[in-house]
Design a protein around this ligand. Structure first.
Ligand code: ADP
Ligand code: ZN
Length: 286
């Protein structure tokens, strides 16, 4: 018996197969081109296996409410050619098996809860700080969704008094993502995040915004763990700065575990999402 997982990103699709014990059997990466070409490669891969169930974690926004017509679709995405694509429909047409369908960050949160940095907990938030900022939420060991999925990167945020940068978000300009995602680093300094020196003052500003966001998420959801991932979190100094800023801005209001235990880096680097998808496939079967 095999489980399949698809972590669908705007740059690449990671497809994987695991056995009944959730041991990884095979994992491949497919560049995200047109839907037709990308799905052809996805099918070519999974056709080799007798799958019992599939788990999908997709870039979004996606239709997640089974009562709506857009359930299973990728909605209005800036990625050319991918808006209004019936992702789940294409998969179900090809494979008559149970399929779990959620966002990439929800799948990552689930993977981190079951096998990563939030193992043993019942709730966690996963936040990626990369090209965008996105968050997934697991509560009582279940992925949380309501009228849609959370869009934690686009929250409104209190500006730092010394910051007059307009922000990069095409919808809101200075939301969290607009002020603090990877592209904002380059837009502010002219230097890509990965090439900026560790002692550049921009890291304090970015930590102020991420720390503030984590404070808000904690106040609203009070999760047992906050897990951080994404390209920008490769900056080793950032974790300490974010924890400190979180503590400073919280001002002792909400009693949380020590920041060093509460706010942690991903336990499954670059794999939280795909591992979460494989686990969700198993869930779908059961
Ligand atoms: P994506 O979000 O597209 O899945 P990543 O999580 O790798 O991909 O994030 C890419 C973003 O992170 C880019 O804006 C890039 O400049 C930034 N980035 C990547 N590595 C680093 C690094 N070591 N330090 C700071 N920023 C980085
Ligand atoms: Zn926004």
């Amino acid at each position: 018996m095999y489980f399949g997982g698809i972590e669908a990103g705007g740059t690449k699709f990671v497809c994987a197969v695991s056995d009944q014990q959730q041991n990884l059997v095979k994992k491949i990466s497919i560049p995200t081109t047109t839907p037709e070409a990308t799905f052809a490669e996805v099918f070519e891969f999974f056709d080799q296996y007798e799958l019992s169930a599939l788990g999908i974690g997709s870039f979004g926004p996606i239709g997640i409410d089974p009562n709506k017509d857009n359930y299973g679709y990728i909605l209005a995405t800036p990625k050319p050619g991918w808006s209004e694509v019936d992702f789940l429909g294409k998969i179900k047409e090809r494979y008559a098996i149970p399929v779990a369908w959620t966002t990439d960050v929800n799948a990552a949160a689930y993977g981190e809860l079951k096998k990563g940095a939030a193992q043993g907990k019942k709730s966690c938030i996963y936040l990626t700080v990369g090209t965008g900022i996105g968050g997934g939420v697991v509560i009582n060991e279940n992925i949380f969704s309501g009228i849609g999925h959370p869009e934690m990167g686009h929250m409104h945020i209190k500006r730092h008094p010394d910051d007059d940068y307009e922000g990069t978000c095409p919808y809101h300009k200075d939301c969290l993502e607009g002020l603090a995602a990877g592209p904002s680093l380059e837009a502010r300094t002219g230097i890509k995040g990965q090439d900026l020196p560790e002692d550049h003052p921009i890291w304090d500003l970015q930590a102020y915004y991420i720390g503030q966001a984590l404070m808000s998420y904690s106040l609203i959801l009070a999760p047992e763990k906050i897990v951080l991932g994404g390209g920008v979190m490769n900056q080793n100094q950032m974790l300490m700065k974010i924890r400190q800023s979180f503590v400073d801005q919280m001002s002792g209001y909400l009693e949380t575990p020590p920041a060093s235990e509460y706010i942690v880096r991903w336990g499954l680097p670059n794999e939280s999402g795909i591992i979460g998808c494989l686990l969700l496939a198993e869930e779908a079967l059961n």
